[in-house]
Design a protein around this ligand. Structure first.
Ligand SMILES: *Cc1c(COP(=O)(O)O)cnc(C)c1O
Length: 503
């Protein structure tokens, strides 16, 4: 097993202290400006290593990492597709990378133009009237949209307190609804994995503010009765919200706006190839139909006769939901992707994503259980329930895949499928990669039948073996209450070698 010590542990007192650049602000702060107990009395206890040593430390750490640039990452619902290098080049252009958010509008016309064009493009992809680029993630977008929905009902002097969420929904849906002050009401799925219209009917009421729906849903299934659903929801005066985190089956094919959705969030860090999972901040723009436009977060970007402005004059706006204008670097990357692909490219990507998922589903359908009939959309949910009699669980299959140099699929989600294994291959994988993943699944299932115990001991070839998640979860409470030193969550200075950092 190879692990890398912390730079603090590698530190050698004999090395000169790090040389920091001179402060470029006038210092020190006048007496009394900062409370004296917060002022540092000794230099910070930074690790002491030579430049090659610290370089090697970080290179070794990087080699322990796993990312989409190395291999297949079929993490269902997360759309781990290739992030084109072109995006990075665009975001690194000095005119974008060197901007300051307090710059005068006249000096950032290009950046505003990019935001305006990205808004137009996203409006066209999902079929809405306006888009806000502010929210910093999918969940943040859901929350923003629900605040707008609440404001709309409020403006109509309606008291609607409930948000309906299907049992297969992503966990952020009920969380966002609860955080924006709504009472969450669960809607059941039918045996076919789609929302039960009878159950929906029984839950809709004059209290309903909105139904949050994912389509294709998290089982990778298309909600065929979406037009009826939209009619039912609107008939009660409620709105229809689209969780568009994964637009990978729909881009350039069909539009939530045309299906009757009133608001939709998109994850630029999934569908539109901006990095995620430690690779950078997210971006969760929200699109709305005209009824919701007055409530959009301010400012909006407006364009008149080719001149761009930030418009703060929105008296009904729910206000700003993020500092400045969103994660601008991500907006540049997403716009670069959309431009490079073009409309035809985006629809081809959706078709390829659906083809990849169905191809892989077919390859493994006799190895794992398939709780719902195909075809699927951009992802499929299998179940390891068939390995139950051998004492093998979805977690064992996931860990065994790690040992075979694949990232594990999403497991135990959605909650409606026991022992769920959720696979989303995306359009950027080759047939050869999909074939080798299916071969790995076949090997693991054969191993589950022949020698189940050996699977419980995987992974064997990674920097750390099987982690004891249950013990970790139990001990963390004792740790947080100060009753235990275990688990060790942060480095502590061995006081004999380094001065204790007062901060
Ligand atoms: C990823 C995802 C979200 C949440 O997006 P974040 O950016 O992680 O907050 C919501 N819904 C679905 C279906 C998702 O896959």
């Amino acid at each position: 097993m190879t692990t890398e010590p912390l730079s603090f542990e590698l530190s050698r007192p004999a090395v000169d202290p790090p040389r920091l650049p001179d402060a470029d602000v006038p210092g020190p702060a006048p007496a009394g400006v900062l409370p004296s107990e917060l002022l540092r009395s000794r230099p910070p206890g930074l690790p002491r290593l030579s430049e090659p040593e610290i370089m090697r430390h970080y290179s070794r750490l990087a080699s322990l990492n796993y990312s989409i640039s190395e291999n297949f990452y079929p993490l269902g619902s997360c759309t781990m597709k290739y992030n084109p290098v072109l995006n990075e080049q665009a975001a690194a252009l000095p005119g974008f990378a060197g901007l300051h958010p307090y710059q005068d509008e006249e000096s950032v016309q290009g950046a505003l133009e990019l935001m305006w064009r990205l808004e137009q493009a996203l409006c066209a992809v999902v079929g809405v009237d306006r888009v806000t680029l502010q929210p910093a993630a999918g969940a943040h977008g859901e929350w923003t949209a629900l605040r707008m929905i609440a404001a709309l009902h409020h403006s109509r002097e309606e008291k609607r307190t409930e948000v309906l969420v299907p049992d297969s929904a992503h966990g952020t849906n009920p969380a966002s609804a609860a955080l924006s002050g709504f009472h969450v009401v669960e809607v059941k799925s039918g045996a076919d994995g789609r929302i039960s219209l009878a159950d929906l009917e029984s839950k809709l009421s004059p209290q309903t503010a909105a139904l949050m729906l994912t389509n294709p849903n998290t089982l990778g299934l298309f909600e065929r009765e979406i037009l009826d659903i939209a009619e039912m929801v609107h008939a009660t005066g409620a709105l229809l919200y689209y969780d568009g985190a994964n637009l990978n089956a729909f881009m350039g094919i069909c539009r939530p706006g045309d299906m009757g959705f009133d608001a939709v969030h998109m994850n630029l860090h999934k569908t539109f190839t901006t990095p995620h999972g430690g690779g950078g901040p997210g971006a969760g723009p929200v699109g709305v139909k005209s009824d919701l436009v007055p409530f959009l977060p301010a400012p909006t970007v407006e364009r008149t006769n080719g001149h761009l402005t930030l418009d703060y004059k929105h008296p009904q706006s729910i206000g700003r939901v993020r500092s400045f204008y969103g994660n601008f670097g991500m907006l540049v990357r997403a716009y670069a992707y959309i431009l490079a692909m073009g409309g035809d490219g985006l629809s081809q990507a959706s078709q390829d994503a659906v083809l990849s998922a169905n191809y892989l589903r077919k390859l493994v359908e006799t190895d794992l259980e398939m709780p719902h009939d195909g075809p699927c959309m951009h992802e499929f949910v299998a179940s390891a329930h068939n390995l139950h009699e051998d004492g093998v669980r979805a977690l064992d299959v996931a860990k065994a895949l790690l040992d075979r140099h694949f990232y594990a699929p999403t497991v135990y989600f959605p909650l409606v499928v026991p022992e769920a294994i959720m696979v989303e291959p995306t359009e950027t994988e080759s047939k050869a990669t999909l074939d080798s993943f299916a071969t790995a699944i076949k090997e693991i299932v054969a191993q589950a039948r022949a020698d189940p115990q050996s699977l419980h001991d995987e992974p064997r070839n990674l920097p750390v073996g099987r982690l004891d998640e249950v013990t970790a979860a139990r001990k963390i409470n004792a740790y947080l209450q100060g009753q235990s030193e275990d688990p060790i969550l942060r480095w502590k200075a061995p006081s004999e070698t380094l001065p204790k950092d007062p901060c």
